[in-house]
Design a protein around this ligand. Structure first.
Ligand SMILES: Cc1cc2nc3c(=O)[nH]c(=O)nc-3n(C[C@H](O)[C@H](O)[C@H](O)COP(=O)(O)OP(=O)(O)OC[C@H]3O[C@@H](n4cnc5c(N)ncnc54)[C@H](O)[C@@H]3O)c2cc1C
Length: 415
């Protein structure tokens, strides 16, 4: 739909990734049509589904619930539920199991969450936005975002100007919206890198996510769905946190050298590592926006916070931002108020403290000894041994990690 340049829109979302897309779909469900601007092109469904992405996102129960709410979950071409988590120290001084990691036959219906390839998530979100939104623009270049009197003006490279009462910055870690709104950023460089790829093992993963603390850093084996039905159950995405120099060295190894190294370092826990896809390396940095909102503007997802990617919670806390922001906006809209300063402040109040606390808890314990999974960070604070025998502590942890508590007081509470 083309809009008259003089129209003042209710909301423009810059960034149509998982978090921006989810926000637009939740708003549409609540009767508010957002204009979504994304720099990326529409993905080709066949190509995207036909290639396995070596990286997976560990989605919490809350994220899955939100994706079900907007009818995106069933659009995913494949996903791998996990029913247990197992963590141990290479030196053998502790082990802890969550969910059904200790059972011989894991019950898939009791999943702790699910591992999903980011490309498949983006495809499903795009498809739903194309169905539901009246104004979803891709391959758009935003050149300026400026505050006018009671409106924000968004300038596009083709000369279009959009005026809006509310701009939502969902444009990722290097957010242009954040920069244009002069919101400062705190950055913590961990001086480490993550190395990630997909691997196939001799023994099946049995729907369990595994994590070993090695001298070099934590190594995670995350179950992933396979492209070939006969290989289902044997493929995993690994994420290895390493000092920068080790990461360079391991990425440069041949496939054979790398699979041998992994087999050795994982103590043959799933037998020999048979295959590995090319390794990707990514630097590890935490970032926190000093404010999430300004008058008529809100930041969500990675635009507001990037936590250690290996914590496995980045997109989950971004989806909680989306839910809480839509909750306050739609609740106030029913009272005849749209995107008021106080509405946005309520969003910031409900999300920033929680997100900052998660970020600080990870930074505080030092990343040379830390882990790929937020659950594990929590566990290390208490000691593996003590926690393994404490059902109440483990239950408390699971309640926090599944994210459902943060949805409790919103219109998206899970029944
Ligand atoms: C290696 C790795 C492993 C991870 N593992 C996990 C995990 O297991 N679990 C988890 O929850 N999280 C994980 N994360 C974090 C997760 O990937 C991010 O938190 C998540 O992708 C953020 O989503 P987003 O929508 O905020 O941003 P993005 O996914 O970055 O999306 C931003 C969107 O904005 C668009 N955009 C950018 N700039 C502009 C612009 N100027 N104009 C218009 N559009 C723009 C982009 O095209 C994109 O569509 C991991 C991250 C990494 C790097």
């Amino acid at each position: 739909m083309s809009l008259n340049q003089s129209d003042i829109l209710d909301v423009v979302i810059v960034g149509g990734g998982l978090v921006g897309g989810l926000t637009a779909l939740l708003l549409a469900q609540g009767g508010v049509q957002a204009t979504v601007l994304d720099a990326a092109p529409i993905l080709d469904a066949e190509k995207t589904q036909g290639v396995a992405n070596p990286r997976v996102l560990a989605l919490s129960q809350a994220t899955i619930h939100l994706l079900q709410t907007v009818d995106v979950w069933d659009k995913l071409a494949r996903q791998q539920p996990y029913t247990g988590m197992q963590v141990w120290n290479k030196n053998g001084y502790g082990e802890i199991n969550f969910g059904h990691a200790a059972e011989h036959t894991p019950r898939v219906e009791q999943a702790l969450g699910s591992m999903v390839e980011p490309s498949l998530l983006n495809l499903a979100i795009q498809e739903k936005m194309l169905e539901q939104l009246q104004d979803y623009r891709t391959q758009v270049k935003v050149t300026r975002v400026e505050q006018g009197v009671g409106v924000w003006i968004i300038h596009l490279a083709d000369g279009t100007q959009l005026k809006t009462k509310l701009v939502i910055g969902a444009d990722g870690a290097n957010s242009f919206v954040r920069e244009q709104a002069f919101i400062d950023l705190d950055v913590l460089d961990y001086k480490q890198a993550g190395v990630s790829c997909a691997i196939k093992t001799v023994q099946p993963h049995q729907h369990v996510a595994r994590q070993i603390f090695l001298e070099t850093g934590p190594l995670a084996f995350l179950p992933m769905a396979s492209l070939k039905a006969e290989e289902n159950g044997y493929w995993q995405s690994i994420v290895w946190t390493l000092p920068d120099d080790y990461a360079d060295e391991y990425v440069a190894l041949s496939d054979a050298e790398f699979t041998q190294l992994l087999t050795r370092e994982s103590h043959h826990m799933l037998g020999e590592v048979l295959e590995a896809t090319p390794r990707a390396k990514f630097p590890l940095k935490a970032r926190a926006a000093q404010q999430y909102v300004r008058d008529g503007l809100a930041l969500i997802g990675d635009a507001a916070h990037v936590i250690h990617p290996l914590a496995g919670q980045g997109v989950n806390i971004g989806c909680l931002d989306a839910a809480v922001l839509c909750d306050v906006l739609l609740t106030d809209k029913k009272r005849g108020v749209w995107a008021h300063e106080q509405t946005l402040k309520r969003y910031e109040h409900r999300r920033k403290g929680q997100n900052d606390a998660m970020m600080h808890s990870m930074s505080a314990i030092g990343w040379l000894e830390t882990t790929t999974f937020f659950p594990i960070v929590w566990v290390r604070n208490f000691g593996l041994k003590q926690v393994e025998n404490q059902t109440m502590l483990k239950d408390a942890f699971m309640a926090q990690a599944n994210g459902l508590g943060a949805l409790k007081d919103t219109i998206y509470a899970s029944k």
